[in-house]
Design a protein around this ligand. Structure first.
Ligand code: SF4
Length: 321
């Protein structure tokens, strides 16, 4: 039997909750065909309640410009393919590995740098969890496992439990990090069963949310952050600097303050990754640096996310300041 969040996810994936977007005058069937439109009811609510609905809409609405092909953009802008250590394991940086734990998300963000990722072939799914454990066993220098995707919280808590049960005997694992957008786009995912799972884990726990604009923090989303905070999980946020979404300093300064109000520290502000079919989101480096300089002049250091770019083949993210 499905619980509430699973029913909501099912509705989003079936397209039922994207009806409004499909009626929008800028909606493009061609864009939708390139990367399916997926949005949740919670995001529909956030759009309705926002005084600047376009800042949310632009993140999820497929438009004709997605069909433009740019020679300087590609399908794997951050070099995931070359960093695949084995199926579903991306090992780029020292001491941590990323598991592509799920190929789906509750929303499809039009600017996603993994919008072309071959999830069918490259998933750390239940079928190859044993291979994941063997890989980690052979890499005692790895102390942090990152669950990513797609969105790893589209997996049921039962599946997450089965996965983490397999990792428990690896003494060098000290931290579990989860990258998820569910906290804001499908806040009912943070339910009692999930929190019990977190509580039972023996490691340090970090959840990195993905919030680009303060209007994504609906009443329910703030509730889910509050529940997580009560369970002693470190909460960080990463944003992507996106044209016509959050490309001005006041918007990002406001976001940092709002995140802090909810117990979340701003972690990264990513320069847009040059993924094919999403070039219209790009903000130039010089403009990004101007925006960032103003953020730096207005925010205390602990509320200033690091402005970075992920470059294929590099052993860490590149700071842009
Ligand atoms: S939630 Fe994350 S992985 Fe999923 S489409 Fe959005 S940016 Fe990509």
């Amino acid at each position: 039997m499905h619980n509430i969040w699973q029913q909501q996810l099912k509705q989003a994936l079936s397209g039922r909750t994207s009806e409004k977007l499909r009626q929008h005058p800028d909606f493009s069937h061609a864009g939708d065909g390139l990367f399916k439109t997926v949005i949740t009811d919670e995001v529909n609510t956030a759009i309705k309640e926002s005084s600047q609905p376009h800042v949310l809409l632009n993140q999820f609405l497929p438009i004709n410009r997605e069909t433009n092909i740019h020679p300087d953009f590609n399908q794997d802008p951050v070099g995931d393919h070359n960093a695949l250590a084995q199926q579903g394991i991306i090992h780029k940086y020292h001491g941590r590995v990323l598991l592509v734990a799920s190929g789906s998300c509750a929303v499809n963000c039009r600017y996603c740098f993994r919008r072309h990722f071959p999830y069918q072939k490259q998933l750390a799914s239940r079928r190859n969890w044993q291979a994941v454990v063997s890989y980690l066993h052979n890499h005692p220098e790895v102390h942090e496992v990152i669950l990513s995707g797609g969105d790893p919280l589209t997996l049921t808590t039962q599946s997450l439990t089965e996965l983490t049960d397999r990792l428990i005997d690896l003494p060098h694992i000290k931290t579990l990090r989860i990258h998820s957008r569910m906290v804001t786009v499908l806040p009912d995912r943070i339910d009692g069963e999930f929190l019990n799972w977190l509580d039972a884990l023996p490691w340090r726990k970090v959840l990195v949310t993905h919030i680009n604009h303060a209007d994504e923090l609906t009443h329910k989303a703030m509730g889910s952050l509050h529940r997580l905070k009560q369970h002693s999980i470190t909460l960080l946020n990463q944003s992507v600097l996106l044209k016509n979404v959050n490309d001005d300093a006041d918007t990002l300064i406001n976001l940092s303050h709002k995140l802090f109000d909810e117990g979340v520290l701003p972690y990264y502000l990513h320069l847009f990754d040059r993924v094919q079919n999403a070039a219209h989101f790009e903000v130039s480096l010089s403009r990004a640096q101007r925006i960032y300089a103003r953020m730096r002049s207005q925010l205390p250091g602990y509320l200033l996310p690091k402005l970075v770019k992920e470059e294929a083949g590099e052993h860490s993210k590149t700071p842009l300041i």
